[in-house]
Design a protein around this ligand. Sequence first.
Ligand code: PL4
Length: 407
Amino acid sequence: MAKINQNYQKLSAGYLFPEIARRTNQFSSVNPGVQIMRLGIGDTTEPIVPSVLTGLHQGVDNLGNVESYSGYGPSEGITPLRQAIADFYQEQGASIDMSEVFVSEGAKSDSANIQGIFSEDCVVAVQDPAYPVYVDSNVIAGRTGLAGENGYDGLVYMPCTEENGFFPELPKGKVDLIYLCSPNNPTGAVATKEQLKTFVDYARDQKAIILYDSAYASFITDPSLPKSIYEIEGAHECAIELNSFSKTAGFTGVRLAWTIVPQACVTEDAEAGVLHSLWTRRQNTFFNGASNIVQAGGVAVLSDEGRKQTNEQIAFYLKNASIINEGLKSKGIQTFGGGNAPYVWLKTPNNLTSWEFFDKLLGECHVVGTPGSGFGPAGEGFFRLSAFGHRENVEAAVASIKNNLNI
Ligand code: PL4
């Protein structure tokens, strides 16, 4: 008799983004003809830049020629791409060997899967609020109890509040796995080197592992802020980093990402090299590699021309963020983030709950955003607006908020 994984029953509600889509569709069905402006999901909108398109075309053309045709590739990724990623780190002052780079089809799936190489009884700490995948994947893996009003039993929430500048204090007790995301989704806050150092020191001391999601690192324009945790001394011993081409190069639909598992990473029960070989084994068993066409596109993203063109696109999205920020501020709404990140985090006016503000923004302004409470208990009373959008749509959404939001 088959039995289901009962941990799925613990998941508190529908996954956040489909829930937003459901509510938005419901609004549209009772308000036919109303034009909805979407600043909800962080999804790229601008076309892929020419030099990267050339790389993708090259990937396709290679398949039409007997000399350059390739079938299954290494599940860790093709050598030119792994090397280009390692070189990219080197330029940032973070030494990474090509063998430590694991190419994948998405940082979402890697951030959900990475917990699988750790013991079931690891104590998990997450920033609160956080990208929901970190929590849900650990719920499904059985590392938590049931959900209550303040989150899941057994999970250590590290509140990110206005008071601490949206970067958490160290956990009070001993934890084993620590999820950090910088630039942060959803708050837009970026960790400083000093802040990361406190976590690296803690992790080395406790033989804990930091799972560092830097999917938005390319949005950091302030040169004093770290783009990788490996810029911090000692991080190679205690941190796994996840990054993605999704937001950097408009690959949200194309799908390409990477995870770094340094050889030097250690746990309480495993010496250097073990975590690296476990992740290799995991990927070899579960994954047959990212598309060879897409990996050719990834190499083009990291070329000089690719970087120049994608950086221009990132500047475009950052300008959207500043338009949103300015518009909200002129309305008297308090905002955070958006300077080195594609998300603006706002405090809901008049103490509205996050979902109350969602309904108000949709009803009065026809703008969709993301309720902060969907990212964790400390997100209640906050709201996220995404800077991904065509300029005219972002401007129209901001104008509608200015003209129609009744606060
Ligand atoms: C909507 C911190 C967006 N349907 O594209 P990937 O898989 O390489 O990267 C996903 C990802 C990884 N890490 C962080 C992210 O914020 C994201 C993407 N988040 C958002 O609006 O928060 C897209 C979400 C998607 C989902 O369910 O993840």
